[in-house]
Write a protein that binds this ligand. Structure first.
Ligand code: NAD
Length: 453
């Protein structure tokens, strides 16, 4: 066991410690999950749904406490944190509603009947990053539990508190021991053990692309099922025929939300040449208007970065190759603060254009015409999200179909609704979460033929 110290990112002050599990404790938890699986899978659909709804009710009743915990542990703004806890509640309810609709098919065949069943997988291992501790945990555990699996969940080292509280609420709701366990600890110990332990049937990983590729390789020898939600470098494409005022006013929120620590951050703004000067004139006051500060205040729009080390990484991108067009402000003094920053670049191979910075830094580039916009948007190994601003409906559809990304929005920056699918193309991931198939992604299709003659 190792002791992990937790800090409040907005003050840098220690807020407590958690004990990280060792290999033996991880294996024991996986054994408990494996033992709990047959009886959980056998719970009648309506009863399993009732338990998840009770869990959702408890999340709702404790929403403010969960949100405050996230403000303290992760530096999220209170308004974001309330939305995040509400997202857990909503996803539990949505998943509960799917249990009695987890239909198979009846397929016409000669000589009998043919049926398909959606069987649960067994133990699902969910590995969560630090940037959205509550929603990303729930995107895995809610549909996995609903489909009849048991779950072991590893929160990120530095942000375990809300997941631990959710684990306790699940027990309070009456979900049996061993069905949903939260296991804090190191990725290289607890997370890696989920991958190597043969009793874990599927890994649901959200995090960086390098760790994701190592997990995929680790799953291969066991042909272990894997969903990966990885990094991004998404483009916000602004055509000259769009509502430039709205495009500029909303662009900061498309990238600086959660201090840019968002896999869907539109961290490249591509602006059509003839609208560039006007767009930049409009963007500057919009960036200066982002309210950065104490995340516990309702009025705050952006909080701190997660750790001192992450702040150092983000700062390292502001080297000589990047030209700073303008910067907003942020508190000085303790805490891991970094101001909203707008860069310009004409070098398509510069690090600020190609790498995921994962902080409040956006790079603006120019393009000429639709074909060049698409070429630049797709000139990245990532493919997670993106936005398209235009008032030409045909263009909106053409460009949305042409951008190689899993989640696109036109004249907005929305990416995530629990009832629509979410996931990445190319090196942003494999598989989808949420949406109409959320539960199906935690099942295996079984085909059964019954002879009638
Ligand atoms: P990370 O890859 O460092 O860690 C993610 C999780 O994996 C943590 O819980 C960590 O402890 C664990 N881990 C680390 N090494 C491991 C190993 N060898 N085996 C098993 N588990 C291991 O990522 P991070 O820094 O916590 O999160 C930031 C990254 O997550 C960014 O790249 C971001 O884009 C990505 N992300 C993607 C999505 C998405 O849905 N596509 C959502 C949020 C974040």
């Amino acid at each position: 066991m190792t002791e992990i110290q937790l800090l409040n990112p907005s003050t840098g002050v220690a807020i407590g410690t958690v004990v990280g599990l060792d290999l033996q404790a991880t294996d024991q938890a996986i054994d408990r999950a494996s033992a709990a699986f047959p009886s959980w899978a056998a719970v009648a659909p309506g009863d399993r749904a009732r338990l998840l709804r009770r869990f959702a009710d408890l999340v709702d009743a404790n929403l403010e406490e969960l949100a405050q915990l996230e403000v303290t542990n992760s530096g999220h703004t209170i308004s974001n944190a309330r939305w995040e806890a509400g997202n857990v509640r909503d996803l539990l309810e949505f998943s509960a509603g799917g249990i009695e609709r987890l239909y198979g098919h009846q397929i016409p065949v000669p000589g009998g009947i043919d049926l398909t069943f959606r069987e649960p997988l067994g133990v699902v291992g969910i590995i969560v990053p630090w940037n959205f501790p509550m929603p990303i945990a729930a995107w895995g555990f809610a549909p996995a539990l609903a489909a009849g699996n048991t779950v072991v969940l590893k929160p990120a080292e530095v942000t375990p508190l809300t997941a631990i509280r959710l684990g306790a609420l699940a027990l309070e709701a009456g979900i049996p021991e061993g069905v949903f366990q939260v296991l804090p600890g190191q990725g290289s110990i607890v997370g890696a053990r989920f991958v190597s332990n043969e009793k874990v049937a599927k890994i649901c990983f959200t995090g960086s692309t390098p760790v994701g590729t190592s997990i995929m390789a680790g799953c291969a020898p066991q042909v272990k099922r894997v969903t990966l939600e990885l990094g991004g470098k998404s483009a916000n494409i602004v055509f000259a025929d769009s509502d430039l005022e709205r495009a500029a006013a909303t662009a900061p929120y498309g990238v600086f939300d959660n201090a840019g620590q968002d896999c869907c951050a539109r961290s490249r703004i591509l602006v059509e040449e003839r609208a560039y000067e006007r767009f930049m004139e409009l963007l500057e006051p919009a960036v200066n208007g982002v309210v950065v500060g104490d995340p516990s205040l309702d009025s705050t729009e952006m909080g701190p970065l997660i750790t001192e080390a992450h702040k150092a990484k983000v700062s390292s991108y502001l080297d000589s190759e990047a030209e700073v067009a303008f910067q907003g402000s942020c508190p000085d003094g303790p805490g891991f603060w970094f101001p909203p920053t707008v860069l310009t670049s004409t070098d398509p191979r510069s690090k600020v254009v190609t790498e995921e910075i994962f902080g409040p830094v956006v790079v603006v580039q120019r393009f000429n015409g639709e074909a060049e916009a698409l070429r630049m948007a797709n000139d990245t190994p990532f493919g997670l999200s993106g936005s398209i601003w235009t008032n030409d409906l045909g263009r909106a559809v053409r460009v949305a179909r042409g951008v190689e990304a899993g989640n696109l929005s036109v004249n907005s920056h929305s990416s995530v609704r629990y009832w629509t699918p979410f996931g990445g193309m190319k090196q942003s991931g494999i598989g989808r979460e949420l949406g109409p198939d959320a539960l199906a992604n935690f099942t295996e299709v079984k085909n059964v033929f019954i002879a009638t003659s």
